[in-house]
Unconditional design. Structure first.
Length: 285
């Protein structure tokens, strides 16, 4: 009998121990639920979530590499365009395009002028390259029948020459001289530093010196003399004027074509671009 009771005691002991442990745990949970409010538990959970988010932010993201022929081609095009843009900016003499005659911009490229709606047609002209006859200018002037633009080897607009309308003039070139005087005043007002240059025709005249003797002297023909138109046409006389403000130079001249029609010419040059190109050439020598 004692032996049976001893065995019974051994069998019931684990159950009692398990019950006690479970009760203790339940008791702990019970007291926790009394002492820790729901708000504190919520805050605790929020802190844990915040810590988790912080760990995610601190973690270094994995690099995702996408490799495809199409993507590589697009990237190469972008690099090439960027290099071309940097090279163009480096080669530009002017920091930015400056206003020029006829609504054009000094230093503008061929494409930039075209974007302004100007029609350009290539023309051959002695001593100059990249010359284009320009129509539909932003600011046209009725006095001129043709305007030529020169972009130079650096594709920068640096020269503009305007040819006036042909005039049926008088032998003394009265009409073209009147137009010349008008534009002389306008260009002097805009650019300043006006200087006129006149190379007259020189004729020999026999002049009496007394005692029935004569002496041959040279006499310069005046501007607008009765044969002035013919003298201009034959290249026996020249009349022009220059103007400049340090940045732009202009030359105004009187001309006569082979048929005896007169006209004026105004040639503009950007001195800043010219001087920069000359300096570049000088440095290379």
């Amino acid at each position: 009998m004692k032996k049976e009771l001893w065995l019974f005691g051994l069998m019931i002991l684990p159950a009692v121990f398990t019950y006690g442990t479970s009760r203790a745990q339940n008791s702990g949970d019970f007291y926790d639920s009394l002492l820790i409010s729901d708000e504190l538990k919520t805050e605790e959970n929020a802190e844990e979530a915040k810590d988790s988010a912080g760990r995610l932010l601190d973690a270094k993201p994995r690099e995702i590499k996408i490799d495809s022929p199409l993507l590589r081609s697009h990237q190469e095009k972008l690099k090439k365009a960027k290099r071309a843009q940097l090279a163009k900016k480096k080669n530009k003499t002017l920091a930015e395009n400056e206003p020029g005659p006829f609504g054009l911009a000094w230093g503008a490229t061929y494409d930039e002028v075209k974007k302004e709606g100007v029609s350009l047609s290539a023309v051959g002209q002695k001593d100059y390259v990249n010359n284009f006859s320009a129509t539909h200018l932003p600011k046209s002037v009725k006095t001129f029948r043709e305007v030529i633009l020169t972009f130079g080897i650096e594709n920068e607009l640096w020269r503009i020459i305007a040819y006036g309308n042909l005039l049926q003039d008088t032998p003394s070139a009265e009409k073209v001289l009147d137009l010349y005087n008008q534009y002389y005043k306008l260009l002097e007002q805009k650019y300043g530093n006006a200087q006129q240059f006149y190379t007259p025709k020189v004729i020999n005249v026999d002049q009496p010196v007394g005692n029935g003797k004569t002496e041959t002297v040279q006499k310069e023909q005046a501007i607008g003399n009765p044969d002035f138109l013919k003298e201009l046409q034959n290249g026996e006389a020249f009349l022009y004027a220059t103007f400049e403000n340090g940045k732009v130079g202009a030359a105004l001249s009187v001309n006569v074509d082979g048929s005896g029609q007169s006209y004026i010419t105004v040639e503009y040059k950007n001195l800043t671009i010219m001087q920069a190109r000359e300096k570049t050439t000088l440095d290379a020598l």
